[in-house]
Write a protein that binds this ligand. Structure first.
Ligand code: IMP
Ligand code: MG
Length: 175
């Protein structure tokens, strides 16, 4: 029986099919290009691992650890980059990868940071586009699923570090 506090939104097969389509779109836009994927920790790690294996041609990976929230759940409006990438970005085809876009602050701000390093191109891929609380404009070049609201867990997404290992994506009922 399913846990009453969470509801399955996207099962493992649906996620896998969608990640395959995103990889295809990336390949179509960048045929034979050597792409540097920059994952935002920690939420992107499972999505990114599946995405690069679907891409199927050589690529590189780096990670940044960024928190947009101060204390509590209200955005502080500032980014805390506790781990930055170490690979050179200048002249590279770069795709920034995150699990979910909410207010948009994290990707909006970190994209600006990466842009100053002068990549050849810089795109964004997010597994989930959560639109209801957006207050910073972010152009998503690739997204997996779009929802209006709700707190999602599984497939890398957490709530207080729990649920990341679930193979599907669930909505957590928070009352
Ligand atoms: P933003 O800067 O408001 O767009 O914050 C995005 C970050 O908040 C994501 O990278 C997640 O770490 C976290 N986040 C936002 N919504 C959710 C959710 O529904 N589940 C899990 N993490 C979330
Ligand atoms: Mg995150």
């Amino acid at each position: 029986m399913e846990d009453p506090e969470k509801t399955l939104l996207f099962g493992p097969e649906a996620v896998s099919a969608r990640v395959g389509e995103m990889a295809q779109a990336i390949r179509d836009n960048h045929p034979r290009e050597d792409i540097l994927f920059v994952g935002i920790l920690k939420g992107s790690f499972i999505f990114l691992a599946d995405l690069i294996r679907e891409i199927g041609h050589p690529c590189q990976v780096d990670f940044a650890r960024i928190a947009s929230y101060g204390s509590g759940t209200v955005s502080s409006g500032r980014l805390n980059i506790s781990l930055d990438i170490s690979m050179p970005v200048a002249g590279r085809t770069v795709i920034l990868v995150d699990d979910i876009v909410d207010s948009g602050l994290t990707l909006h701000e970190y994209k600006r940071v990466l842009q100053t390093k002068q990549p050849r191109s810089l795109e964004i891929a997010a597994l989930i586009d959560k639109t209801g609380r957006r207050n910073q404009q972010v152009e998503l070049d690739y997204y997996g699923f779009r929802i209006e609201e709700g707190f999602l867990v599984g497939y890398g997404l957490d709530c207080d570090e729990q649920y990341r290992s679930l193979p599907g994506i669930y909505e957590l009922k928070i009352v």
